[in-house]
Design a protein around this ligand. Structure first.
Ligand SMILES: *Cc1c(COP(=O)(O)O)cnc(C)c1O
Ligand SMILES: [Zn+2]
Length: 483
């Protein structure tokens, strides 16, 4: 439904190079600076004009938009002026992304962890991960280009640890027309659920042996030489859409961001880039006054960003790592494309809010699995990366980094169901030794058969019911009803 409330404001979007600081126009899809090859971010040349509106008016506007019926403003574009204010209403693709629920941890779990926290369930996005936030923005931009430039064929490509391809294929299938989707996956390194998603959406699914980093190199090479639209987070339109996560967390807190901590898993580092940037924008406009503290979390099997920040400032050197198998497979990346973005934004962030405002925590594979299962035994729907966030919170608590009066929001970046194979392997103690995970019997579970098919075969219906029910009563120590 079109809206009479669609914003009139239009920005002057341009790419900003994080290396040479040059700007580049948006009528071409750029991934790196044509002058120096560094990564880019999109900025609005008119952003300062937004500061004329006082913070409280912005808060009221975004609160009022939370009841908006227009599809264009229901999702991530509730925050249109801060996102991509060059898109027209007709360009905006909305598949129900954004506005995901924040679920306060159960009383028992908060007591066990000893800190107050909630999960933001980004697995409740349409393709069941946060990647949809970025894709909604990237595809809206592509649609605008198709309309304004008359592009008659757009081949979208991405490398993926599973969720990027699921999201890209979904949005491409919906928009259709000249837009086609091709995804490149590391063979056997995405879950069966994730593989089923681009297949079901009708994308061309290509695989190579290796890990995500290998696939990324291939699509980067391809995008430099052929006419394709790259949909990895190297594409800055994705980052813009993902900033909505930060806006929603602030809004959920009624814009009170004092004593607030966020835990975000880091893979290719696009998500943590967007979170840092989102809060910086809110603060620049006076919509919030305090920057929340951001904790990036990495597995010890894929931790280049952790290693960088673990060194004292002044001696830090970035080096890609070779990854080992990780249950946080969606974040199993040794050379994150967005690392230069994180470094630049973290510098800006900590200059305002102090060194403690951005930290990276390293956790073990064991803690990630245990964290996911513990969360889900308390009514959450955390994926392994969501488990990684809980492991990060518990580690931060142990290191004395989180005070008792601080509240944490943990990013469950995907739906638990996408990663059930890791749960099954844990339950049956069948995770390959490279993971280094031993099941905790208190967290495992398995179905129990009440009677075998052979036993049932010879029974009447009545015998079957009697036998099954009495077997259940015996195992559960049920007390008979008084006559
Ligand atoms: C992509 C992804 C990540 C990692 O996010 P980056 O932006 O690459 O750092 C974490 N969890 C899930 C479920 C993902 O799909
Ligand atoms: Zn440059």
């Amino acid at each position: 439904m079109p809206s009479s409330a669609f914003p009139a404001y239009r920005g002057a979007m341009r790419y900003r190079c994080l290396g040479c600081r040059k700007t580049h126009g948006i009528d071409e899809l750029l991934y790196t600076c044509p002058a120096c090859g560094e990564v880019l971010l999109l900025e609005d040349g008119n952003f300062d004009s937004l500061k004329k509106r006082p913070g409280r008016e912005w808060r009221d506007l975004f609160d009022a938009r939370a009841t908006e019926k227009s599809t264009a403003l229901r999702g991530i574009f509730r925050f249109y002026e801060l996102t991509a204010p060059v898109l027209e209403e007709e360009d905006i693709v909305y598949l129900g992304e954004g506005d995901t629920p924040v679920i306060e941890a159960s009383a028992a779990l908060q007591k066990l962890v000893g800190r107050a926290f909630a999960y933001k369930n980004d697995g409740q996005n349409p393709s069941a991960s946060f990647k949809d936030r970025g894709m909604a923005c990237a595809f809206s931009y592509l649609k605008a280009m198709v309309r304004s430039r008359g592009w008659d064929e757009v081949l979208t490509v991405c490398a993926s640890t599973g969720d990027t391809s699921a999201a890209a294929a979904l949005y491409a299938a919906y928009v259709g027309g000249p837009i086609k989707s091709v995804v490149l996956l590391p063979q056997g390194k995405v879950t069966p659920q994730q593989l089923s998603q681009p297949l079901g959406s009708g994308a061309t699914v290509l695989e190579v042996p290796g890990v995500f980093d290998d696939c990324m190199k291939v699509v980067e090479f391809l995008a430099d030489r052929y006419r394709v639209a790259l949909l990895n987070s190297k594409n800055s339109w994705r980052i813009l859409g993902q900033e909505s996560y930060a806006f929603e967390v602030a809004q959920w807190r009624d814009w009170e961001t004092e004593n607030l901590c966020l835990f975000v898993p880091i893979g290719n580092a696009g998500n943590v880039t967007a979170v840092l940037r989102g809060f910086l924008k809110l603060r620049a406009l006076g919509i919030i006054t305090a920057l929340p503290r951001i904790f990036g979390v990495q597995s010890h099997h894929a931790d280049p960003v952790y290693r960088y920040y673990a060194a004292p400032s002044g001696t830090r050197r970035y080096e890609p790592v070779t990854v080992s198998p990780s249950v946080a497979q969606a974040a199993m990346i040794g050379n994150p494309v967005s690392f230069p973005r994180v470094r630049a934004l973290a510098e800006e962030y900590t200059a305002i809010a102090g060194e403690r405002a951005f930290q990276v925590i390293q956790v073990t594979e064991q803690a990630i699995m245990d964290g996911m299962l513990l969360a889900n035994r308390h009514g959450h729907i955390a994926c392994t990366q969501g488990g990684e966030c809980l492991a990060g919170l518990m580690a931060a608590r142990d290191y004395g980094l989180i005070a008792e009066d601080e509240f944490s929001v943990l990013d469950s970046t995907a739906h638990a169901l996408k990663f059930m194979d890791f749960q099954n392997l844990y339950f049956s103690d069948a995770l390959p030794p490279e993971f280094g995970v031993t099941p905790d019997p208190a967290l495992t579970n398995a179905p129990e058969l009440l009677l075998s098919a052979a036993e049932r075969a010879g029974m009447t219906e009545r015998e079957f019911v009697l036998r099954s029910a009495s077997e259940m009563a015996r195992r559960l120590n049920l007390v008979s009803r008084a006559e």
